[in-house]
Design a protein around this ligand. Sequence first.
Ligand code: ADP
Length: 172
Amino acid sequence: MSDKIKLLQGDITKIAAEAIVNAANSSLLGGGGVDGAIHRAGGKTILAECQAIRDRQGGCNEGDAVITGAGNLPARYVIHTVGPVWHGGQNGEPAVLRSAYHRCFDLTDQYAIKTLSFPNISTGIYRFPKKLAAQIAVEVILERTSADIEAVNIVCFEPENYAIYRDLLDKL
Ligand code: ADP
């Protein structure tokens, strides 16, 4: 499966994929980092759909994910997942991050999505240690990239994350 995993560096909003994963917060109302970039580039319809999900279910829990359309992005869907805020690692943060990746794949399977792009969830404003986050991401991506999925892009914004993933993927 590892030949389907592509490591890229850049802005996730500029890379075409059937689904783009957003590192959202539980309000689903947009924020900084990649969340801000996705809503800026995607336009108002994404926020309107997030608002409708809020009205229905009151946001999105940490470790869970929801799906919307992708507005003006070069994608069909945005999968909004909420990673954990790092509080030292004794509060189940690794399991919550693992769950966030799994829930993205649950939606990928449910919507028969063939290509998807992940940002480095929780490693920005939420301060999750980058190496551990990358290990968890690669483990779940390897486990869940089924025969039906054509490509999974790992899109690193920061050179530091790119180097961490390069190292991990080269060892596979
Ligand atoms: P979180 O709150 O989950 O930590 P952030 O958006 O702060 O979310 O950071 C998650 C990751 O997304 C970080 O590695 C950050 O560098 C990266 N990032 C920020 N902007 C973009 C972008 N436009 N495309 C891809 N990744 C981005």
